[in-house]
Ligand binder design. Structure first.
Ligand code: SF4
Length: 155
């Protein structure tokens, strides 16, 4: 490590114990889906305040990391950003000079692209929750209605 590297800002997540980092930023692992959603949402908020956000996003995109939240965005949103960066001519293939740096610079110069990716992801997430709540409501209406002949049938 050079002195310049050691003076670089630390990511917010790095101040948390590793098991907490894994729960918040790693692949979904909690059986309680709501608790997992809340932890992930907290991770995203911390990423949005993190001085390393663009570098972290660039790392996640350039290494094709397939899990969790990096730079505040899940894998699908990172893939969208990758496509947009490629369309914009950003060179971040492994053989390119400074691939992650080029991508991080492009992300910093285009905050609206990151914001749009996040907004799309939030909308998808809300739609998923709405549809899950609707499925649960229908299931309860069919299986738990007091006058339902099918209540608690086991087959
Ligand atoms: S942007 Fe990266 S380094 Fe910063 S808190 Fe999020 S995951 Fe950690």
């Amino acid at each position: 490590m050079t002195s310049v590297q050691t003076q670089a800002p630390a990511g917010i997540c790095m101040g948390l114990p590793q098991p907490v980092q894994d729960l918040m930023w790693g692949a979904d692992s909690l059986p309680d889906a709501r608790a997992q959603r809340e932890l992930t949402a907290a991770a995203v908020k911390l990423c949005e305040m993190c001085p390393l956000q663009a570098d972290c996003l660039a790392l996640g995109i350039a290494t094709h990391d397939q899990f969790g939240v990096m730079g505040g965005l899940p894998v699908r949103a990172r893939q969208q950003l990758q496509r947009l960066a490629e369309e914009a001519g950003v060179r971040f293939a492994p053989g390119d000079p400074d691939p992650r740096g080029a991508l991080a610079r492009w992300l910093r110069e285009n905050p609206e692209v990151v914001r749009q990716a996040r907004d799309r992801e939030n909308e998808r997430s809300r739609a998923r929750h709405r549809s899950s709540a609707e499925r649960q409501r229908r299931w309860r209406a069919v299986h738990l209605a007091p006058d339902s002949g099918t209540a608690r049938q086991t087959g």
